[in-house]
Design a protein around this ligand. Structure first.
Ligand code: URA
Length: 464
């Protein structure tokens, strides 16, 4: 087999066979296929696409390009969650402990932020003492003790994706659905959970700008997961507006803890309840909600293991109970303690890193916030030191933005629009300019989107 012929074949729009896909993944990882040939193949895939079978073969070849994690020795149903990324997206810090409090086992590997989107590992590392680099043995110990552990990607997991993603990043081949789907799903499959819930974001702060594009990506990923024998589902959720009011690492940890104490922002709380409930449904611990209905008459699920929880209970009811009785917060505190962090910091945010400087941005006009360019808000936060423009950039954990006004809210000229936090005053002018350019104002309130737009299962998509 020659890579040249495979590039030619894909360029003509033909499907590649399973052995051909295996050849190109193995050859690239073993450095027998050079970057320039792989780049040509990736670009041909961007133009010609891949069918479902090709995408599934690519995912499996990538999954098995390195180590895979075996979670089968853990006691209880394992479930993973993945977000396609956004601004203010601290859902893992909330949904994962809620699901764990209801009996799910969440042994999760997460990533760091890059560009305008944040990363769970950076948020967790803002908690004093918290360790995200655990050995495999320590990771399993924490999961056995608390039902929950979140660590950075370790070892030689999916080396094919590491190489291919770096190449895609510099060859304008990131925004291609089969390549995104295989990249995400190869990592989720290798991480070993039996059930996988995907949170596919859509809107001005997301990769997928329209709900239709998000639906395509979600359907592709759900099909791959199910074909690989994992119970896989997706929610399509809104990222046209930042989630919650806090953007920035320690600020987001503080807001996540507020949600787990039942006093968080409504949009973030609603999305996290939906995510945690679907995690429970996918791992067999709860019944799905009838579309459009919500039940709320639960009894405590704290501490119960899989077999002890009735599978006929509604996921939303179980999760609401874990919020109300504080068991979700207790799970997060237990994980933080087990990974070396200060659990008190969750209820006493003054123990989290604080920015030394703050600056209030004032609204320039009367009216309503009619739109937010959420990517722009993420970039403003990055300019303050909360994110990285290059992988090697250092973070300021206390930096970020508190959004006082969001889309749909009324505003008066001169009122606080947002508070900026940074380590140096000189970072404020550029961030303020970017932030103000990301807001639009008008005389009428805009129509607002739902926070959870659709659910995708192997049977298809249900819009809400
Ligand atoms: N996130 C990933 O892990 N892979 C992609 O290709 C895009 C986003």
């Amino acid at each position: 087999m020659r890579m040249y012929d495979l590039i030619e074949k894909k360029k003509r729009g033909e499907s590649l066979s399973q052995p051909e896909i295996q050849f190109l993944v193995d050859g690239y990882v073993e450095e027998k296929i050079p970057d320039y040939q792989m780049a040509a193949m990736l670009m041909a895939i961007c133009f010609q696409g891949m069918d479902r079978r090709e995408t599934a073969w690519l995912t499996l070849a990538m999954e098995h390009s390195g180590e895979v994690v075996d979670l089968s020795s853990l006691d209880g149903p394992t479930v993973d969650k993945h977000s396609t990324g956004g601004v203010g997206d601290k859902t893992t810090l909330i949904a994962a402990p809620l699901a764990a409090a209801c009996g799910a086992v969440v042994a999760k590997m997460s990533g760091r932020g890059l560009g305008h989107t944040g990363g769970t590992i950076d948020k967790l590392e803002s908690i004093p003492g918290f360790r995200t680099a655990l050995s495999r043995e320590e990771f399993f110990q924490v999961v056995r003790k608390t039902g929950l552990s979140v660590i950075g990607q370790t070892g030689n997991l999916v080396p094919a994706d590491k190489k291919m993603y770096a190449l895609r990043d510099v060859t304008a081949t990131v925004d291609c659905i089969p390549l995104i789907a295989s990249s995400v799903m190869s990592k989720k499959l290798a991480a070993g959970s039996q059930a996988i819930l995907l949170d596919v974001k859509t809107g001005s702060g997301a990769f997928m700008k329209t709900p239709e594009e998000a639906a395509k990506l979600a359907e592709e990923m759900v099909a791959i997961g199910c074909a690989a024998g994992r119970r896989t589902g997706a929610l399509i959720t809104d990222m046209d507006v930042p989630l919650g009011r806090m953007v920035g690492n320690a600020l987001e940890v503080q807001e996540a803890a507020q949600v787990l104490q039942g006093r968080g922002p409504a949009d973030l709380t609603e999305v996290c309840i939906a995510l945690a409930a679907d995690m429970l449904v996918l791992c067999g611990l709860a019944e799905p909600e009838a579309e459009g209905s919500e039940t709320a008459e639960p009894e405590a699920a704290w501490g119960k293991r899989a077999e002890a929880v009735s599978p006929r209970r509604s996921g939303v009811a179980l999760v609401r109970q874990a919020l109300a009785d504080g068991s979700g917060l207790e799970r997060l505190k237990a994980m933080v303690q087990a990974q070396g962090g200060d659990p008190q910091a969750l209820e006493h945010p003054q123990r989290l890193p604080q920015a030394s400087c703050r600056y209030t941005v004032l609204a320039p006009a009367d009216g309503y916030v009619t739109h937010m360019d959420t990517e722009g808000i993420g970039i403003a936060s990055m300019l303050l030191g909360a994110g990285r423009s290059r992988k090697e950039d250092a973070l300021d954990y206390g930096a970020g933005i508190e959004l006082r006004k969001k889309t749909g809210e009324p505003v008066r000229a001169g009122e606080p629009l947002a508070v900026l936090y940074a380590g140096k005053e000189r970072l404020f002018p550029e961030a303020e300019k970017k932030l103000l350019a990301s807001y639009a104002f008008g005389p009428e309130p805009p129509s607002l989107r739902k926070h959870v737009l659709a659910r995708v299962t192997e049977k298809g998509i249900t819009w809400r």
